[in-house]
Every structure is written in C-alpha cells, then in structure tokens.
Design a protein around this ligand. Structure first.
Ligand code: NAD
Length: 456
C-alpha cells in the first residue's frame, strides 16, 4: 500500500508556517478557486457529461453553480466568522471577560463520492480553506473524468503542501487514513462511514460523516397534489435518483393515492418526455454493478409506470412501484436510483411507526396544508433535515446546516456551518490581575457558605 506520509508531513510543515491563519490568504485562495471554476465551467460540464451523462443544466445547478454560491457567501462573511467572538461572563467570574476563538485543525482529509463528484469534493474544501486548514481531497474513482479535471484545477492553483488531490480507490483512501490527520470529512455510504470512523478512532481524529439512508416522503390527504407530484418527481429523478437526499420511498394517504399517482405519472412525462430513455439529458446509472442492483428491484410489487431500461447506456427510466411493503427487497436499503416504491397509509401513526422501526433518515419530506400535522411529524420523527411541501431544496440554503443524525451521519456543513465544521472553537477566559476574589481558595473563612451564595 502506498504511503502518504511525506505529503501529509509536507502539509503539516506548511500549516506550521501559519500562512493559512491569515484571513487575507484564505480569501485570496477562495477567490482564486472561484475564478478557476468559472474558467473551467465547460471542461467540467464535459467531464460530468462523460461520467454520468449529466445535462449542462444539472451540471450547473447542482455542481458548478452550487459551489460558486457557497464560495460567494463564504467570501462575503469570512472576516466576521473568523473573528474571535466576545460572549457573556457569569457573575461568579467577575473581573474577567470571555471569548471564543475559532482555530483551524491543521491537515484535513476530504473523501468524496461519485454522485455529485465535483460539488461534494469542493463544497467541504471551501469550509477547510475558509477555516484556515490545509486539505487533501480523495475524489471518487467511479467518476474518473471529473476527478481528473478537479485534480488538474487544484494542481494549477495551489502548491501540494497547501491543497492536494490524490486520485485512487479504496486502497488510496485507506493509505491516507492510516496516517495521522487533524480532521476527516467523509461523504459516502453508511458501511464505509463505519470504516472511516474506526480509522479515525485510532488517532482520535475528529470526523464529519455525511452518509445516507432511506429518506421518506409523505403525501397526506389534504396535500396540494399537483404541486406535490411535481416537486417529488423533480427531487426523486434529478440525477436519476442518485442523490443522497432524494425521496427514497413514498407514503401516500389511501384516500388520495390514485389521483396522486395519476398526476405523478403525468408529471414524469411533462418533465422527462414520453420516452425518458430517449431523453438525451437523462442522467445514467454510474456503474454496471449499480445498474444490476437497481434492475433487480423491478419485480417488486406492481409496476405502475416506467420499468424500461437500456443496459448499453446504463439508463433506467423513472419508475413507480405500488403494492410495496417493508418486506420487499427494495425497502431493505437505500435505493439510490430512479425507482420509487409506494406504501399507503390510513392514519399518520402508521407512518411514524414505520419510520421509527428503521434507522434515522438523512431527509424527510411531508406534503400537507395542515400545520398541526406538519408539527406532529417534525416533532415526532428524528431525521437529518428536510422540507415541508418540497423536496431536496433545504440542501441549497447556506443558512441551513446540512447533515444527518444516527446512521445518516455525524456533523453538518454549508454556509457558516461549513466554516464551523472545520474550526475548533477555542474557549478563552481573560482574567483581571487588578484584584483576586478569594472564595475559590480552600483557606477562606466560611468559604463553603459564601460559595453557596453563588453556586446554587
Ligand atoms: P462509498 O462509501 O462507496 O464511497 C465514498 C468514498 O469512499 C469514495 O471516494 C471511495 O473511494 C471511498 N471508499 C470506498 N470504500 C472504502 C473503504 N473500504 N475504505 C476507505 N474508503 C473507501 O459511497 P459512494 O457509492 O461513492 O456514494 C454513494 C453513497 O454516498 C450513498 O450511500 C449516499 O447516500 C451517500 N451520500 C451521502 C451524501 C451526504 O451528503 N450525506 C451525499 C452524497 C452521497
């Protein structure tokens, strides 16, 4: 196994020079990255087209444009985020003042998956740079063209002792994880997340784990069905369902199941055409393995719509499966493809129970006009984040930290959350030397009585 000790020790030495602690240095790096991404827009689009058949529209909105926005927002706010913050001081500490100093961890490792291969590598990089860290990115081996463009772009911009891209698969990842790093930011599957955490535990390295799971989407009887159909179809079939926060399965109220599904079918045609397999802009499945895994679910329940596949082009059309129960194979794991299984319910309690019997989801979506039902679901069910009357959209707000809970992840990022994730928040008390309150010392007369006046 290749060793990355020399790269990591170069980055550690560079970090020690304290150059990355300078805010102007960080801002300049972020600005350089922004300019280079804009300049490479077409090359990136071409790579994403080759790797996943992503359309220019999808490549821009969910990868390039997303990252440019995160950069713009971070550049605008960085000076205020990075400044030490004065906080309150309790009366027991009279004479002193209190501060929180954000400080970088040092050398951070970012491991990215293939489904948004550019965005999911670069968005955490923005947090790492903003917080003053050095960074090593290990992009996905399953999207080699995009990973290569990313590698060249970073190599042209930064010296490797500051930011480096290391290409490779599992072995490369493990080689990097064998070394002592200061922070690990991982996006990927739950089983690999466990491997990452185990490796991090050896050195007690802090981690962010952005993982996955089965994200439910609930359509209640009073929902605006037409809008729900459009927003769910978009969230599910964008990137051919290969989105960590895509609605994984649908819980639809029995009373509206039929009209909803009819509207949903019409929406699929409206968004992707009568023959989605012939739509030149429909994203393909990343690999033969995933294609085979997904097509094996096509015999689950009843095929309501879709079901056609093109093995040569690794494409599966938007598909809806009804008469599904939790026992079906499609309900055992995250689907991560354009197949939507539908469960039905009579009473909301069945939905809550069903979700509670499974690991905490990364996202949850509820469509209803009833404020009480919205609040009931939001208060009863634990999930990473989500939307009321929409899908996926919470992901793109810089004001909403994004992350999972339980097996769907640890930690969060985006916007200020991204800066905070890559910063250690150092708490500091600055004490006066003008006087010294005696109560804390063991030799003070009636010390306990006096202390009890303050600590009660
Ligand atoms: P993956 O876990 O297979 O791979 C992710 C990364 O880890 C890749 O760079 C890969 O090379 C590396 N890796 C794989 N096996 C490893 C091992 N044994 N040891 C060390 N490193 C290893 O995930 P994937 O298939 O690329 O991505 C799909 C998964 O990612 C889905 O589960 C999805 O839900 C999740 N995901 C989560 C988010 C999020 O933000 N929470 C975003 C996108 C994808």
């Amino acid at each position: 196994m290749e060793t990355y000790r020399s790269l990591i020790s170069k980055q550690k030495s560079f970090f020690k020079t304290e150059k990355t602690k300078n805010i102007s240095f960080r801002l300049e790096a972020l600005q350089k990255l922004r300019t280079a991404i804009k300049k490479n827009e077409l090359v990136l689009m071409e790579a994403l087209r080759k790797d996943l058949n992503k359309s220019e529209f999808d490549a821009y909105t969910s990868e390039i444009g997303f990252v440019l926005e995160e950069l713009r927002f971070t550049i605008k706010h960085l000076r205020s985020w990075a400044a030490p913050k004065k906080v309150k001081t309790p009366v027991t500490h009279i004479g002193s003042t209190s501060y929180i100093y954000p400080e970088p961890y040092g050398v951070s490792l970012i491991i990215a998956p293939w489904n948004y291969p550019f965005q999911l590598a670069v968005a955490p990089l923005i947090g790492a740079i903003a917080a003053g860290n050095c960074a090593i990115i290990k992009p996905s081996e399953l999207t080699p063209r995009t990973s290569e463009v990313l590698g060249t772009l970073i190599l042209d911009l930064f010296p490797e002792e500051y930011i480096a891209v290391v290409q490779g698969g599992v072995e490369t990842s493990q080689g990097l994880l064998n070394e002592q790093l200061d922070y690990i930011f991982f996006t990927g599957s739950v089983p690999v997340g466990k491997i990452i955490m185990e490796a991090a535990a050896k050195h007690l390295t802090p981690v962010t784990l952005e993982l996955g799971g089965k994200s439910p989407c609930i359509v209640h009887e009073d929902a605006n069905l037409k809008l729900a159909a459009k927003r769910i179809a978009w969230g599910k079939f964008t990137n051919a369902g290969q989105t960590c926060i895509a609605p994984d399965y649908l819980y639809v109220h029995k009373k509206v199941k039929e009209p909803f599904l009819q509207l949903f079918k019409d929406t699929i045609t409206e968004l992707y055409g009568k023959e989605p397999l012939n739509n030149p802009d429909f994203t393909r499945i990343v690999s033969k393995r995933h294609f085979t895994r997904l097509t094996s679910f096509l015999d689950n329940g009843h095929l309501f719509t879709g079901g056609n596949v093109d093995q040569d082009r690794l494409t599966i059309e938007p598909t809806v499966l009804t008469d599904i129960s939790w026992e079906d194979s499609i309900m055992q794991d995250e689907i991560f493809g354009p197949l939507l299984p539908v469960l039905e319910f009579d009473d909301l309690s069945e939905v809550v129970e069903g979700i509670h019997r499974h690991p905490k989801p990364l996202a949850l979506y509820i469509f209803t006009e009833d404020h009480h039902i919205q609040e009931e679901v939001l208060n009863k069910v634990s999930f990473g984040g989500g939307c009321v009357n929409d899908t996926v959209y919470h992901f793109v707000s810089p004001y909403l930290p994004f992350g999972g809970v339980g097996t769907s992840g640890i930690g969060a990022y985006h916007g200020k959350g991204n800066f905070d994730t890559f910063s250690h928040l150092k708490s500091v008390l600055k004490q006066t030397t003008k006087f010294d309150i005696p109560f804390r010392y063991p030799n003070v007369k009636n010390g306990l009585e006096k202390i009890k006046l303050f600590m009660k």
